[in-house]
Write a protein that binds this ligand. Sequence first.
Ligand SMILES: [Mg+2]
Length: 182
Amino acid sequence: MPSSPALFLDRDGNLIEDHHHTCRVEQIALIPGVRSALHACLGAGYKLFVLTNQSGLNRGIFTWEQYEACNARMLELLDLPAPGILEIKAAPERPDEPSLYRKPSPRFILEMIAKHDLDPVRSWMTGDRCTDWDAGLNAGIKSCAMRSGAGRPEDFIYAESKGITIRKDFPEFVRMDLGLKW
Ligand SMILES: [Mg+2]
């Protein structure tokens, strides 16, 4: 069987609205169009993964239980058909702590490429911060920068300097770069 393309998805500011250390279930709101866009990606054979930096865990701002409840609410709102999102990885470390998986580390992406026989040439990392885009580039896949989250003007200047595609939001990326319609 040929290897599959994959999407590595940042959570906050990419799939759901970014509330800065989002940790309450009632804060969870999908960015408009994301649900339909992800359904289209699954229909086109993309394997889906979420990779999220959650330093609020090690900062003591919220608990793993709160984090898991937020993910459960997001998945409920997305209502994806099987196989849905194959794996969700959170890095709980603060930026000043050593971490294997905290973006811009490519480790999770590289592990998933090997484990799920993914095609890096047709795979993307999408997110709203420089650390997301660098994680994709560090893993040797493409990155797309979203304006739907916490990115600052200087971040998008950085993205341009690295030749990273910049889009308004995830649905625009799916239409423009993956060529999918729904
Ligand atoms: Mg984000």
